[in-house]
Design a protein around this ligand. Structure first.
Ligand code: CU
Length: 255
């Protein structure tokens, strides 16, 4: 999933507010080839791929973690220039010496913004150019606390390897689902006896389902979920034929 060819690294310096992790990107240099992998361990930047297009803003990840340095690699696929900002409730994030903004990304250009979030919560990535005639581009994402447990799930052709087989009711888990196969897969959390009946919840009048669809080979998607009650559950893929071929894995939720 790493972008290929030439990546222009712009001198955007960002320091997460309230934190001492300083992120300084090289100014005016050209990095060729493969940028740093998405996960290289403690202290290094995790890369998030963002695309700005005429019909919306898409991000490779939707759940990030407080205290972790992220490098947003933002490509403008539109025919007009766009800014890129990180906001909370419409307010631009700012640190002691920097704002979470890249002013002007030309059509076809890629720029990098590095940021560390100090506080969990709901955030938005946006192009910050909303006007009376144009609504602007935005996509929500979530920042979870450092202590939020991660369940790493690997999808293969055609199997599901869960990172854990026993979870606790009432605890919020971040499922990081990576497609290590060659086919496109999906991830569904459902009762053990169900077939394509994702768990759901209603928050603020909006129904959310415990699933991630269209996970391309090599891609990782996030699902944040809290199981209210103990029971027998399964992780499954319901792309036609995959469940039948064995793409399911049982797990237990205990008190
Ligand atoms: Cu599948």
């Amino acid at each position: 999933m790493a972008p290929s060819l030439l990546v222009r690294v712009i001198g955007v310096t960002a320091i997460g507010f309230g934190l001492t992790i300083g992120a300084t990107s090289a100014s005016g240099t050209l990095a060729q080839g493969t940028p740093s992998p998405a996960s290289t361990g403690q202290g290094s930047a995790h890369e998030i791929t963002v695309t700005l297009a005429a019909d919306g803003l898409t991000s490779s990840r939707t759940a990030l973690r407080a205290g972790q340095l992220y490098s947003f690699l933002v490509t403008n696929a539109d025919s007009v220039a766009h800014p890129f900002v990180l906001e909370q409730g419409g307010t631009l994030l700012s640190g002691t010496s920097a704002q979470a903004a890249v002013d002007d990304i030309a059509p076809g250009e890629t720029q990098r913004l590095e940021w560390t979030f100090s506080t969990p919560g709901d955030y938005e990535m946006a192009d910050d150019s909303a006007s009376a005639t144009q609504p602007g581009l935005a996509t929500p994402f979530m920042v979870v606390g450092k202590e939020t447990p991660t369940v790493s799930v690997k999808l293969g052709d055609f199997n599901v390897t869960p990172g854990m087989t026993e979870l606790k009711a009432g605890t919020t888990y971040l499922f990081e689902i990576t497609n290590a196969g060659a086919a496109t897969h999906e991830f569904v959390l459902e009762p053990a006896t169900a077939v394509d009946e994702p768990l759901s919840r209603v928050a603020n009048g909006v129904k959310a389902e415990a699933e991630a669809e269209d996970i391309a080979p090599g891609q990782t998607k996030d699902v944040l979920w809290t199981f209210p009650a103990p029971g027998e559950y399964q992780m499954a893929c319901h792309v036609p034929g995959h469940f039948e071929a064995g793409m399911k894995s049982a797990f237990k939720v205990v008190t």
